[in-house]
Ligand binder design. Sequence first.
Ligand code: NAD
Length: 354
Amino acid sequence: MQFEYESQPGRVVFGVDAVTNILGEIKRENLNKVLIITTRGRIAQAERVAELLGERCVGIYDNSVQHVPVEIVKSALLQVKKTNVDGIVAIGGGSSIGLAKAIALKTALPIIAIPTTYAGSEMTSIWGMTEGGRKITGIDPLVKAKVVIYDPKLTVNLPINITVTSALNAMAHCVAGLYAKNANPVTSLLAENGIEAFQKSLPKLIEDSMSMDARSEALYGTWLAGTVLGSVHMSLHHKLCHVIGGTCGLSHAETHSVMLPYVLSYNADHIPDAIKVLSHVFESNENDVSGALFDFSLSLGVPMSLEEIGMKKEEIEVVVNQISELSFYNPRPIEKQQIREMLKSAYQGIRPTV
Ligand code: NAD
C-alpha cells in the first residue's frame, strides 16, 4: 500500500436546526461584521440567518447566479468594500457558494457556508468564474470555507427533480473518487459511504421529500462527496460534463446525472476495485454495474438522455473533438470512436453495457 493523504482544514457542524447557532459560529471565528451572499430564490432563508446574526450582519447580497459571472463578482466586491466586512456567510447552492469563493479569492475573507443543495462546493478549494462565456477555474486554499453548517431542514423544500439530479451529481464525484489516480484508503472509504448514503436516501425522498431522516442522510452523503471532490483528482466524467455543459449550455447537475452510468461503463474494465464496491452497494452483478446505476436513476424519475436535457445531435461531434483535445488522467485512454459511441448512447438514453 502506498499513498499520500492530506487532510483539509475546516469545521463542519451537522444537524437539524444547526443553522440556529450561526451567531455562535460567527463569534467562534471572531467575526464582527459579515455580509450574506445568496441567490434571489434563497432570500427568505438568508433573511432568517440575518435575523439570527443581528447587528453582526451588515446586509444581504442576493445577486448570485449560475456560473459566477465576473460582472457579478465585481459588483459584490464593491458591496464588500463599502461595508468593510470581516467575513462572508454564503447560503444556498453552488451558485451562492461560488460567488463567496470568488470574493474570498480577491479579499482573503473567511467563508461560513450554509449549503442548501447537494452540489458539494463548500468542501472544496476549487473556484470558478465565467468571463465572456468562458469558464475559468482554479484551486486556492483561500476559497475553502472555514466553517460549513449542514442543516437538513434547509433542504426540505428543494424540488424533487433538483434533489435527485444534484444528489446524482454528488454521487458521480464519489464514483470517480473510487478510481481517482490519487485516491487513498480514506477517500475511498468516504466515497463508498457517500454512494451508500445516496443509494439509501434517494428512493425514500421520492416517497416523502420532507422526510428529515432521508434529507439528513442525503446531506451527509453530500458532505462526503464534497470532501472526495476536494481531495482527489477527477477524470473523464468530470471533464466530459464540463465540456458538454459548456458547449451545449445544459444544466450542471442534469448533465452529471445522465452521464454517470455511461462514463462508468466506458471505464468499467479498467477499474476492477471500484466495480467491486459498486456491485456490492447496488447488489448487482459485477458485469452489469453501469446498468444497475442506470436502473437506479430511472427509478428516481430523472431525465435519462442528453436529448431530453436539451443537447442537439450535431453537438455530439463537437464534444468528441473537444474532449479528445484535452489532456487529463483517466483509467482508460481516451479513444475517440468509443467516446463517440458512448455519447450516442447517452444522447438516446440507451441502457449501458460494459
Ligand atoms: P444553484 O446554487 O444554482 O441552485 C440550483 C437551484 O436550486 C437554484 O434555482 C436555487 O435557487 C435552488 N435552490 C437552492 N437551494 C434550494 C432549497 N433548499 N430549496 C429550494 N430551492 C433551492 O446550483 P447548484 O446545483 O447547487 O450548484 C451548481 C453550481 O455549483 C455549478 O455552477 C457548479 O459548477 C458549481 N459547483 C462548484 C463546485 C466547486 O467545488 N467549485 C462543486 C460543485 C458544484
